[in-house]
Structure formats: C-alpha cells, structure tokens
Design a protein around this ligand. Structure first.
Ligand code: CTP
Ligand code: ZN
Length: 160
C-alpha cells in the first residue's frame, strides 16, 4: 500500500525495525543522529534499547537520520533542544506498535536553563546562581547575558 512507500522504505528497504513503545525521532538532518543521542543523554551505558539509522534515503530530504528509543517519551526541554539541531524533526510517540502521536518540533524563541554558556567569564557560569538563557537564531543560539554565539557545539552544552 501507499503507506509502505513513504521515505522509500518498502518491505525490502526498511532499515530500522519498528519499535513497540517509545519514541521515534524521524526526519533528523543527515549526520545529526549522534548529537540527538547526546541531547537525550544516551550513550548505551544505561542499557536503553535504541536503534539509529544514518543517512537513510528520504522523500523530504535527500538523506535523513532516524533515532528510535524504546520505552521512553521525551520532555519538552529535550524536544526544545532537539529543535536546535534537527529543526525539521518529527517526534512520533509509539504505543503497542502504533503511532499514537506525531508532531513536528518547534523552535522556541528562547531556551532557559538547558544549555550552559561556554564563556567562563559569563555571569551564568559564576558562583551566583543565574539561570542560563539563550536566544535562538537561524543557525545557532546567543547567550542573553554575554552575547556568545554557539552553533556546532550546542550538544556539548546541554546542562544535565
Ligand atoms: N515507527 C516505528 N515503530 C512503530 C511505528 C512507526 O519505528 N511501531 C516509525 C516508522 O518507521 C517511521 C516513523 O515511526 O519512521 C513514523 O511512522 P509513520 O507515521 O507510520 O510513518 P510515515 O507516515 O511515513 O511518517 P511521516 O509522514 O511523518 O514521514
Ligand atoms: Zn554567556
């Protein structure tokens, strides 16, 4: 049926198995899957069941990455940070093999308390507790306090 041909994945081509219950992060920009895992704090050491497809064929983009996490739903903070590196991602919540919820990530205007500023002299990295705050730009984020702009290193600044 028509459904099977989405993203060029027909029966011979399905590269990553379906999951039973959990989250599928689909339409991730090619090359960003490992950063998605970093944002979710997944490095395999907690025994989480995770499947990753990298640079698989896609209708919407030439190539996409896909991350499937069994037994886990994502927090809004996690989705907000994901949107910074995977602005076109779709979050699919799966229960008993069915997609029960699907939404596109939305880029927030501001992210607060989820990234730490890389500038050692920034007020947010000092002894006084100041919640980090970054404005979201087209191609990165800017610290509201010291104006440092971060692009590629976003995943390494996740405050967890
Ligand atoms: N998926 C999965 N396990 C399931 C159900 C779905 O891994 N039990 C995956 C599919 O392989 C797909 C994504 O979740 O990558 C979304 O599934 P679905 O909505 O059925 O696919 P599409 O209609 O192709 O999605 P979209 O329109 O968002 O591209
Ligand atoms: Zn700063």
């Amino acid at each position: 049926d028509d459904h099977d041909h989405h993203d060029g994945q027909d029966d011979h081509e399905l590269r990553v198995s379906k999951i039973r219950s959990g989250t599928v992060i689909d339409h991730v920009r090619g090359g960003q899957a490992l950063n998605v895992l970093a944002i979710l704090g997944i490095d395999g050491s907690d025994g989480e069941e995770v499947s990753v497809g990298m640079n698989v064929p896609s209708d919407r983009f030439a190539r996409k990455d896909i991350v499937k996490v069994e037994g886990r739903e994502l927090s809004q903070d996690e989705v907000d940070v994901l949107s910074l590196i995977a602005p076109d991602a779709t979050i699919n919540i799966v229960r008993e093999y069915e997609v029960v919820e699907k939404h596109r990530v939305e880029r927030p205007d501001v992210v607060e308390g989820v990234l730490s500023c890389p500038n050692a002299t920034c007020i947010t990295t000092g002894d006084e507790p100041v919640t980090s705050r970054f404005e979201v730009l087209e191609d990165g984020v800017r610290c509201s306090y010291c104006e440092t702009i971060v692009r590629d290193e976003i995943p390494s600044l996740i405050d967890t």
